[in-house]
Design a protein around this ligand. Structure first.
Ligand code: KG4
Ligand code: ZN
Length: 346
């Protein structure tokens, strides 16, 4: 089936079924979406547990886990959705950025299905799929300013039209999620750091320690300084008190989260004002953080912005966001064919 057949056929958008496949990091995920954002299934198999002993994702282990689970994950996604392959209008697959071995598993699998089933295939940029996940339960209304905040990215975009994302600012070093993971490692809390730090921060004092991650008055981010500040504070406390108490750990978590969340919210609002956009959209793994969600909501209310945050179920890597963005791009005729494989930019 060609692009024009998809566009010109008598099928209504609501009758189209898109299979989305995501394997950019440690989650093997597949989803069937009807229309633009009616998620019929979203199966996620994570190799997270295998990486915990190393305190981070080991690419080789992640790739092998994808190979083991991709068949059953895709099969389940179709079964749960109650959709057979002949009903599919499109396959959308993450083409990057991500771990090259992991990406190759998803792309090769999707390409085989596309050839075997004679269904068009498009490649989807991973960062953009996180961004548009904010509209999984809503229609996209451009223009908007979007923040993608995940383990690999912290970027602000000015989106004037669907598929036309202008980078306004990004991290100069670590991504926000990476900083959560590294701080958790420093404190000996395990991996991934985001959910653990969020939990401990609930009982800590957010102003116990004066951490900050300001990166000037622009729209870029920097999180490596605050990570180092946490490291030195932890070493200092251990030296002074011989050990670090649970209360101190909770205070560090709360103070670190407070600083990172404030920085993200401040720059989101700054970007929206600069772009004169009335809408802010936020997606990515860190967007599941409750404190970030609450503060974004208050800031949006105070400044008169409409806010769309990805539903919690679609903040971490998932196939639904890939299928949904695939459907939107394909319908609009601005899909990118899967021509090249670039793990850095997708
Ligand atoms: O989007 P994602 O699944 O993968 C990337 O594309 O990078 O995001 C994973 C990141 C990890 O760094 C993890 O620590 C962070 O999201 N994360 C959180 C929370 N849940 C996951 N960060 C802060 N608070 C959370 N609740
Ligand atoms: Zn991601």
């Amino acid at each position: 089936m060609s692009l024009s057949m998809f566009q010109n056929s008598s099928l209504q958008v609501s009758d189209t079924y898109v299979l989305g496949i995501e394997t950019s990091c440690d989650e093997t995920s597949a989803s069937v979406v009807r229309g633009r954002n009616d998620v019929l299934s979203n199966i996620v198999s994570s190799s997270l547990k295998l990486h915990v002993p190393y305190g981070g994702v080991i690419p080789e282990i992640a790739s092998r886990a994808h190979v083991e689970s991709i068949c059953s994950v895709v099969d389940n996604a179709l079964k749960v959705a109650g959709v057979s392959s002949d009903k599919l209008s499109l396959i959308a697959v993450t083409q990057g950025p991500g771990l090259i071995g992991s990406l190759l598993v998803g792309i090769s699998f999707a390409r085989s299905l596309s050839l075997g089933w004679k269904i068009p295939l498009i490649g989807i940029n991973h960062v953009r799929s996180h961004l548009y996940a904010a509209f999984l339960e809503n229609e996209v209304s451009c223009p908007f300013v979007g923040l993608v905040v995940s383990g690999g990215h912290t970027s602000l975009y000015n989106v004037k039209n669907l598929g036309k994302e202008e980078l306004m600012g990004s991290t100069r070093d670590d991504a926000a999620g990476e900083a959560f993971d590294k701080v958790a490692k420093i404190l000996g809390l395990g991996y991934p750091g985001g959910p653990i730090i969020e939990k401990l921060a609930k009982t800590g004092k957010p102003r116990a320690y004066a951490f900050n991650c300001d990166c000037g008055s622009g729209l870029d981010f920097s999180f490596s300084g605050i990570k180092t500040a946490v490291l030195y504070k932890t070493k200092y406390l251990k030296k002074i008190y011989n050990d670090i108490s649970q209360e101190m750990i909770c205070d560090i978590c709360a103070s670190f989260q407070y600083a990172v969340v404030n920085d993200l919210v401040t720059k989101c609002v700054r970007a929206a004002k600069k772009a004169k956009a009335g809408i802010i959209a936020v997606g990515g793994g860190v967007a599941s953080n409750g404190s970030l969600r609450d503060k974004l909501e208050s800031a949006a209310r105070e400044n008169g912005f409409r806010l769309f945050i990805a539903p919690k179920a679609y903040c971490l890597d998932n196939g639904a966001m890939v299928a949904s963005l695939g459907a939107r791009l394909f319908e609009a005729g601005i899909s990118k064919k899967l021509l090249k494989l670039d793990p850095m930019s997708g």
